[in-house]
Design a protein. Structure first.
Length: 165
C-alpha cells in the first residue's frame, strides 16, 4: 500500500517526465530514494540525442553503484513514471537496488502506444519481474496514470514541426 511520501515521489517523477517532454525528449522521470525517505538522485529521459540507453532508471542505477554502499542500495527505492524496461530492470537488479514503484505499467504504455499507432520498439516490453524476479515492484498507480498517459498522447500527436513544450 502506497503512502503519501510514495505519492509525493511519484508526483515528482511525473514532473520530471513533463520536463523531459518539454525539452524535446520522451516523457519519463525517476527518483532514487534511500531507506530513510531522502531523495538521493533524480533524472529524466535523455534519449533524444540518439543514445537510447539514456533512460533515467538506468542512470539512477549507475549513480547508486557509484555513490551508495551495497547496504544502502538494498534499502533504496526507485520511483518512476513508467515501469522499467528490461534494460533498466536488469541494471536495477545488478546494482542491488531493492524496490521499484511506478505510475504506469509496461502493459499500459504498450496499449497506449498501440492505440496511437506507434510502432513497437526493438525490445520486448517485459514486466520488471520477468527480468528481475527478486525485485519488489509496486504499481500501477491509477490516480497518476492518466497524467502519464496524457504526456505520451502529447508526444505522439503533436505537429512534428513544433517543439514538445
Amino acid at each position: 500500500m502506497l503512502n503519501e511520501a510514495d505519492l509525493a515521489h511519484l508526483r515528482r517523477c511525473v514532473e520530471l517526465a513533463t520536463e523531459a517532454l518539454d525539452a524535446g525528449d520522451e516523457p519519463f522521470g525517476s527518483v532514487l530514494v534511500d531507506a530513510e525517505g531522502n531523495a538521493r538522485a533524480e533524472d529524466r529521459n535523455r534519449v533524444a540525442g540518439g543514445d537510447h540507453t539514456r533512460h533515467p532508471e538506468f542512470e539512477l542505477a549507475r549513480w547508486a553503484a557509484a555513490h551508495m554502499t551495497p547496504e544502502e542500495r538494498a534499502g533504496a527505492t526507485v520511483y518512476t513514471s513508467g515501469e522499467h524496461c528490461p534494460m533498466c530492470s536488469a541494471a536495477h537488479a545488478w546494482v542491488g537496488l531493492a524496490r521499484i514503484v511506478y505510475v504506469a505499467s509496461s502493459a499500459q504504455l504498450t496499449q497506449w502506444l498501440t492505440d496511437l499507432g506507434v510502432p513497437a520498439g526493438p525490445v520486448a516490453p517485459l514486466p520488471v519481474n520477468a527480468v528481475a524476479p527478486q525485485i519488489i515492484v509496486e504499481g500501477p498507480v491509477p490516480e497518476l496514470a492518466e497524467e502519464v498517459h496524457a504526456l505520451h498522447v502529447r508526444l505522439h500527436t503533436q505537429d512534428p514541426a513544433t517543439p514538445h513544450g
